[in-house]
Write a protein of this length. Sequence first.
Length: 215
Amino acid sequence: MEYKVDHISVGKVTHVTFENSKSKHTAIFKKPFKDSMFLSEVGFIEDEQEYKGHGGPEKALCFYSKDNYEYWNDIIHLLPPYAIFGENLTVSGLDEQSLHIGDTYQLGEAIIQVSCPRQPCATIAQRYDIKDLVKRMADSCKTGCYFRVLEEGIVSQDDNLILISKYEPSLSIYELNDTRYHDSKNKQRIQNILNHSGINEETRNIFTKLLNKAK
């Protein structure tokens, strides 16, 4: 399977003052780069992250589905055509229900793998001055996800995302989000997630805490 990559975006950390909020350093404002760029194990060489919990090998690439943009069109005024939530990859035909932990894709010369869901953060709400935007993302389960980089390489704007292998058993980003945000007291469902061999340490910690609360 091959999926259309609409935009690949990067951004530097800058000092920003949002409406009705304190100023902060953030790299949420990303733009497509020209031609090609090297993708390392911690992300594109001209991409930056500011805060703990962003970036690193398990979050080298942030993904968001272009298919979700229509959902936000009536919620966010003047919706940007790319990187609406600061994602690196804006891709058509692939969303939270079809993205599964451990699935492996080729992107240009690089090989990348789905690692974990994205957790919406306050900067997203501040960017658009919508106080409940984080809650809306969680409630909709349209959070996007992260990829780790298994093989580094050059990536260009013309490259598409090509599925190489599916991880078994399958565990979708939607399943993780729906359990966390809508069914967090379902001990069996949480335990099934914890039994999955593909979840990373951060995801395991999140669902271990949910299970302890549910007991």
